[in-house]
Each structure stands twice: as C-alpha cells, then as structure tokens.
Design a protein around this ligand. Structure first.
Ligand SMILES: Nc1nc2c(c(=O)[nH]1)N[C@H]1C(S)=C(S)[C@@H](COP(=O)(O)O)O[C@H]1N2
Ligand SMILES: [Mo]
Length: 313
C-alpha cells in the first residue's frame, strides 16, 4: 500500500483561510473543510497503467519513462478557474467555449497583433514530450503539440527595453465559476524573463496526444515551461505582454513566501511546508527522485548561472 505523505497535498489551496474558502465553496463544512484546507486533497487517480492506451504504446520521454495515459492527463487537472477538485475539472470545464478565440500580443513590441486560432495554426505544431512536475509533488509525462514561443515573439518584434513577458488567462466568470469568488486574484497571470521565454524548450501548446487541447488542459492555447513547476504553465491565454519589469504571478500574489517568480523545479529547495526532493509519477507506484530543473539542467542551467536559487525560488 502506498502511504500518502504529508507532501501529497494541495498547497495551492492550503493558505486559504476558512472564511474565504467557505465563501468560495459554501458546501464545505466542519471536518470536511479542515481536511480540504489542511490535509490531503490529492487522491489517487483511478488505477491506470502507463502504456494502457493505444497512443502511449512504445512512447516515452528521453529518460526512458513512459507517457502518462491520455486518461490521466485529461482527468487529473489543476484549473482553479473551474474547481480545486482535480478529478472534477474535466466535467466542470466540459462546456467551456474555446473557439472563436483571440490572443492579443502587445506591450513593448514593434508589431503588436491579435492572433486568432487560424493565426496560431500558422505556426507548425511539433510534438514535444515533456515531464510536468507540479509543485504539489506529483508529475506526468505529456506528449504536447505546439510551437516554441520564440517564433511568435520574433513576429511581434520585442523592443530593446522589454525584459519580461506577462501572460494572462481569460477572465470570464460566467464560464469559470472559480472566478466568481475572490479567494484568488483573477485573472490568472504568469510571467517569464525574456531569455526564459525565448528558450526553445518553452512552447505554446495547442494540443496533446495529437488532438486539440481539451478545456481542462487549457484550450485553446496554454504555455508549457517544462523545467518549472506546473503552475507557471498558464492555461487558456488571451494576452501576452512584453514588459520592462518582473511581472507578478497569481501564486506570488496569493502566497509570496511560498511561491516565487522563478519556480524552477529544484529538489534542493524545499517548499516552506514540504520537501521537493521526490515526486509521485501519476500512474506509477511509489515515488521517484525529483531532478534538478526537472531533468532539463543541461538545456537551461546556464540561464541561472551565478544566481542564488534559494533566494530566487
Ligand atoms: N489559468 C490557469 N492555469 C493553470 C492552472 C490554473 O489553475 N489556472 N493550474 C496550474 C497548475 S498548478 C498546474 S500543475 C498545471 C496543470 O496542467 P494540466 O492540468 O494540464 O496537467 O496547470 C497550471 N496552469
Ligand atoms: Mo501545480
């Protein structure tokens, strides 16, 4: 039997105080509320074996790990605009309208633009098999379809003074029940330093397993930054702005002591409330060691040369 460790929790909900949590999810009472706010929200997903879907046969990451099944990738999600219950997101997001869609790209650029779905489709989609490590201590291997963000940024011609890129998720409380609550600062925002945004590993994903993204995974377009904790990979993007400051992210605003701007996967820098040394790969028993920069140290380590990664967490 796998014992659930204290690290197997939903930290992104834990800082919530009772009152705002009740306001947000008024059905929770008494013990159930305590369990949700302080205990283990990460239930074991329905037993699935990696490789059990036809798509997954024979495929894996470059380290030899099998793909996480399509079933798990699309039914075990974090998308707080819909619900904090990972296995409920798919159903809650079922009717989300992701077409038509526009992504406005602006700020410090010479050629701002509005990209609709056809415009995004002009960037040839590649398959990228990436590990995804959630800050909560679980991980997956996902075959994304998408294109490097640098291709889009090159088109809009960033000005010399642009130092960072800010991303914004759709704000539409009529479709996203979580946004009708004020326990997080909506809309969800994220940011990258320019060199991180221009790195070839950083992609805008429009699909996975060769199919268009489903709403629960951030349809129609989401960021994927595989060496950072999953929360940096912002979903359902409507704005990309080039800026000359380090932008705030939703989780920095929510809990600045727990979530920093960089959020690089780092087994040596623990979260204030749990170790980051190991993780549970969805679909596998037991735990595996977490790798520096999620196994992408060779590719991205240079971006952080000379930086104190405990301070810049
Ligand atoms: N807009 C938005 N983006 C988001 C989130 C969210 O709640 N809202 N959750 C993040 C977190 S914590 C993780 S781990 C990943 C999960 O991506 P997945 O559900 O597609 O696996 O999405 C990230 N992007
Ligand atoms: Mo996450």
């Amino acid at each position: 039997m796998i014992k659930i460790k204290p690290s197997e929790i939903t930290p992104e909900a834990v800082y919530l105080n009772r009152r705002s949590f009740i306001k947000a999810f008024g059905t929770l009472v008494g013990g159930a509320l305590v369990a949700a706010a302080c205990g283990n929200l990460e239930e074991e997903p329905a037993a699935t074996l990696a490789g059990s879907t036809p798509e997954a046969l024979g495929a894996g990451d470059e380290l030899g790990s099998p793909l996480t099944t399509f079933q798990d990738v699309t039914n075990y999600n974090n998308y707080y605009e819909f619900t904090t219950a990972k296995e409920e997101v798919a159903r809650q997001a079922e009717n989300f309208v992701s077409s038509p869609w526009q992504v406005e790209v602006g700020g410090l650029v010479a050629k701002p633009g509005i990209y609709d779905l056809d415009a995004l489709a002009r960037f040839d989609a590649e398959e990228r098999i990436y590990r995804m490590r959630c800050v909560e201590g679980w991980s997956m291997v996902i075959p994304w379809n998408g294109f490097p963000l640098w291709k889009l940024l090159r088109e809009v011609e960033p000005l010399g003074e642009a130092t960072h890129v800010q991303f914004t998720t759709l704000y539409d409380p009529s479709q996203m029940p979580g946004q009708r609550t004020d326990w997080l600062t909506w809309p969800y925002v994220e940011g990258l330093r320019m060199d991180e945004a221009m790195h070839d590993l950083t992609i805008l994903a429009t699909g996975l397993y060769g199919k268009s993204l489903l709403a629960q995974n951030g349809a129609p377009v989401r960021l994927v930054v595989p060496w950072k904790y999953g929360f940096k990979s912002i979903k359902s993007i409507v704005r990309i702005d080039l800026v000359d400051y380090q932008p705030a992210s939703l989780w920095m605003l929510a809990a600045p002591d727990e979530y920093g701007f960089y959020a690089n996967v780092n087994p040596q820098v623990d979260h204030p409330r749990w170790s980051q040394a190991s993780e549970r790969r969805i679909g596998e028993g037991g735990r595996r060691e977490t790798l520096m920069f999620n196994g992408y140290a060779e590719e991205v380590g240079g971006l952080y040369a000379g930086m104190d990664l405990e301070i810049n967490f």
